[in-house]
Design a binder for this molecule. Sequence first.
Ligand SMILES: [Zn+2]
Ligand SMILES: [Zn+2]
Length: 277
Amino acid sequence: MRVIPFLNHGITPFPIRIHEGVEAESNVSLMARISWKYRMHPSKFISDVVLQNNASHGIGLGRDVANFCNSLTATSVIVTNRLEAITGKKIFWPSSFVYLSNILDRMAHGFIAKEKKWCAQCYRESMAIKRPESEAKVADELYWSLAISQYCAKHLCSLSYCCGVCYQRQPFISNKYEPGFCHYCGTSLTKAPHIICDLDGHSKSEAESYLAKMDIFIPGATEISQFDLKILSRNLRGLVEKGGADGLYTLTECFGINNMTLKDWCSYKHGVSVESL
Ligand SMILES: [Zn+2]
Ligand SMILES: [Zn+2]
């Protein structure tokens, strides 16, 4: 793809609008919208333009792409920088989990979901907004790509993970249909099965308490600048002290972790693994 020389002359080859209705769009979602708008094969676009590794078969559009681009590795930083360069837009929201790299264990396994998840109600609202014909109708929140995400923070309904017609699970980016439509049968993903709070025997408070536990992953819930393992260690040591002789025991009970892990966190030895949150 011959877009790289343009960048060297300060020309932005892929301008794109900020997607109205989405709080913090993920890198993967942004790449899906760009490749749709400019009618490029997404895996070739990602390998040739974004990662510039010219992989002969492009990049896998399932879990691979989310692992590379939405997580907290160095590649996620590169991807964000490249997306800013090619779109000419400053990404001021967290588009990957890099903002948690000072606190989470970088080796955390199972951090990103194996398949795409989305909120069917967010998609419905997004599709109702009038946009230019060439623009994708939907975009994805970063926290939906987390393996432990279950609910939409806006609608408190469950996230969907399969098409409502063919019941197939979805890749993170489709190379056949536009974002928001089933990769296999083309049906709108607004029709995907999901559980609506207080209507389907599912309580709102259950969703709220689940979301409260994972608020560090949801933008707007907490100040991003406060995520630092040093601060966490200091706070934990303070709590242990306040608990007196039983302090350590009480905290391990509260967190559901063992003594050694808590001691490691207190002594700032290693990051927090997602499984332990
Ligand atoms: Zn929603
Ligand atoms: Zn389908």
